[in-house]
Ligand binder design. Structure first.
Ligand code: OAD
Length: 253
């Protein structure tokens, strides 16, 4: 069912289906953090990739070419996170998790806002910008000495440090993706929220759910390649739609 514009009401047919459902998977993208003030990637006005070329910043080759530029871009994004808070979309997802039998939150976001909002069962498909690892060893580093060199050096091997995020051409964390894929293939309901659904393999997950006849709901003010396939497409902002949905389905529960 395709609404033209989200009018604040959740379709009753959807409410009824969600009340009966047991196993939920939610895939989130940058659109969920947009209302916290965190830029997305592809939104024309605010998106990172609208101003920078991803291949200049978010690939191992970009880091080898200019480690300082890449480290400083992520340091700027990390610094901005100090000033942002989870928004009603993050909080509604944490509430949903508390209300249903089985719940897995699969996020492409690296900002850690779902954790700060209280979500528990989380798969971070693209890593987490607040974690740092050694570029050469590919192992996390908690502490390092600040010598003023940028990027800082690994205390174990002396190689450059980098953010613990997945870059283009890199593979996703195997356990997180396999857990997300298995849950997407076994769920009753798959919610896809705030993602342009163009970056694979994350973007394959809603189609895995569709193939197994799960109810697939998309929440996004803009159409995406998934929209025409979704059982329900709610064309609104996550910060408005998710609280309305949680309230409609579980308020009096
Ligand atoms: P994009 O920037 O590609 O897409 C953001 C989506 O959020 C768009 O479809 C917007 O329409 C939608 N959106 C914007 N504001 C919204 C709001 N308030 N509520 C709901 N939706 C809103 O970001 P992602 O789809 O997350 O990967 O991008 C996927 C991956 O591409 C990222 O994880 C990153 C990037 O390259 C890596 O860096 C590996």
């Amino acid at each position: 069912m395709k609404q033209e514009r989200f009018d604040g009401r959740i379709p009753q047919a959807l409410v009824d289906r969600l009340k009966q459902a047991r196993r939920f998977v939610v895939l989130t993208g940058a659109g969920v953090s947009a209302e916290s003030g965190v830029p997305t990637f592809r939104d024309a006005q605010t998106g990172h990739w609208a101003r920078f070329r991803p291949e200049d910043l978010a690939t191992p080759d970009a880091f080898r070419r200019d480690p300082r530029l890449v480290w400083e871009w992520y340091a700027m994004r990390r610094a901005k996170l100090a000033d942002v808070q989870p928004n009603p979309a993050h909080l509604a997802l944490a509430e949903m998790e508390r209300r249903v039998a089985e719940f897995l939150l699969v996020t492409q976001n690296v900002d850690g806002l779902h954790q700060r909002a209280g979500s528990r069962g989380i798969c971070e498909l693209h890593g987490n910008i607040t974690r740092t690892k050694c570029f050469d060893e590919n192992r996390l580093v908690e502490k390092w000495s600040e010598t003023g060199e940028v990027p800082p050096r690994c205390p174990r091997c002396g190689g450059y440090l980098r953010p613990d995020v997945v870059w283009f051409t890199e593979s996703l964390p195997v356990v997180a993706f396999e857990r997300s894929l298995a849950a997407s293939q076994a769920c009753d309901v798959f919610l896809s929220v705030g993602t342009s659904t163009v970056v694979y393999p994350a973007a394959s997950l809603p189609y895995e759910a569709l193939q197994r006849k799960a109810l697939v709901v998309e929440i996004n003010p803009q159409p995406t390649p998934l929209t025409e396939h979704a059982t329900f497409a709610l064309p609104g902002a996550a910060g408005a739609v998710l609280p309305a949905l949680v309230n409609a389905v579980w308020s009096g529960a």
